[in-house]
Design a protein around this ligand. Structure first.
Ligand code: GLY
Length: 375
């Protein structure tokens, strides 16, 4: 319950006509029909999910949609980051057309970041745009990927390089779904939670230092608090800079390093997205300390916190053998934030003081990577 005794809190992403609410709380999957009934353009939806999530949450979602008079079909994808590719996108689009979706039919993305990004991209392009509702069931999706309208797929060139901005009509973040999340996935999502603290909220980092263990162990009240803090931060940033012309780039803290590592390890179980982000956060702080921008002590605190949460913090022992600094640099240079061939990095002046660093000297970055990769 929140202070008013309600089972969920409501936040607004303020984007004018494309604005929407985020509900954070409990029982939101089982009561989704109530929240969707007045919102959908027609009482028809296609639920896109994956096999793991479907086993726990498709039935209660189907029941509440039926109870609200919303006709629905389900498309169940294979679980895992490898589903976020051209082949799976094509299959999903074919399936939607087989189901004869109409312009006013909504897609409901029930799942983690992969389902949300893939279903979101399909919603952006099927019939030139269907309405989308995000029902994120992983910590990573609840605190980050379900909010803000980024959708897309990975290609052999890199992560999320093909995609579209397509804002959802509503986000339902039910923290009860985190109870069925595999512990490794939960830890991976925790890296994105830490990211928000590191970007601009030092008191939240202190809160995580005191409460992160309980959150990971299953404390719903603390999970709800953390999801709410992150969604509030994200709603503010997205409301100010939807298309990432400015401050939204801060949300990529840890991601330029992380995406390069994910791409080198093949987007599989070897290194989950959140694990790559954890290494990226530690690297962003270590590099900031190396450049004299932030105190060594802050970089150490970040690394120790990630390690205490059971997350990796170094690229030295990456699955598949040691990578060279040039391999990592070359992947970093295919990032979406490259300007004139130079990567834009998100660096920090301390915990809670991230900033966008342009024109980082390649020579210094390469030397840093060489040390980091050799452990
Ligand atoms: N995940 C980063 C963003 O939404 O901008």
């Amino acid at each position: 319950m929140n202070e008013a005794g309600e089972r969920h809190d409501r936040l607004r992403v303020d984007l004018g006509a494309r604005g929407y609410d985020i509900l954070v709380g409990e029982d939101l999957v089982a009561t989704a029909g109530r929240h969707l009934a007045g919102l959908l353009a027609q009482p028809r939806a296609v639920v896109v999910t994956d096999g793991n999530v479907a086993a726990h949450w498709l039935e209660p979602l189907g029941r509440t949609l039926a109870g609200a008079g919303i006709a629905h079909d389900a498309v169940v994808l294979e679980a895992g980051e490898r589903s976020k590719d051209y082949a799976h996108l094509e299959r999903l689009l074919d399936r939607l057309l087989d189901l004869r979706v109409e312009r006013r039919t909504s897609l409901v993305a029930l799942g983690g970041g992969v389902v949300g990004d893939l279903a979101g991209f399909a919603a952006a392009i099927a019939l030139r745009g269907l309405d989308l509702v995000q029902v994120p069931t992983s910590l990573l999706a609840q605190v980050d990927s379900s909010v803000g309208g980024k959708t897309g797929i990975n290609t052999r060139h890199g992560k999320n390089l093909i995609g579209a901005f397509h804002q959802p009509r509503l986000v339902l973040a039910d923290v009860g779904t985190l109870d069925t999340l595999p512990p490794r996935e939960l830890r991976a999502g925790y890296a994105e939670v830490v990211k928000y603290a590191l970007i601009g909220d030092a008191p939240f980092f202190s809160w995580l230092a005191a409460n992160g263990r309980d959150l990971l162990a299953g404390d719903r009240r603390k999970r709800r608090h953390a999801v709410l803090v992150c969604c509030r931060a994200k709603a503010t940033i997205v409301g100010a800079d939807e298309r990432e012309a400015g401050p939204r780039a801060l949300l990529n803290l840890g991601h330029t390093f992380g995406h390069a590592l994910e791409s080198l390890t093949g987007y599989g179980d070897a290194l989950l997205h959140g694990e790559a982000v954890a290494i990226g956060l530690a690297l962003a702080f270590a590099f900031s300390a190396r450049l004299g921008l932030c105190a060594d002590e802050d970089a150490d605190r970040v690394r120790r916190h990630l390690e205490a949460a059971g997350l990796p913090s170094s690229p030295a022992g990456l699955p598949g053998g040691r990578r060279s600094p040039d391999e990592v640099l070359s992947r970093m240079e295919q990032d979406k934030k490259v300007v004139g061939g130079e990567p834009t990095l998100i660096l920090a002046r301390g915990i809670g003081q991230a900033f966008v660093a342009r024109g980082v000297e390649r020579r210094k970055l390469r030397a840093f990577l060489a040390d980091a990769l050799s452990g």
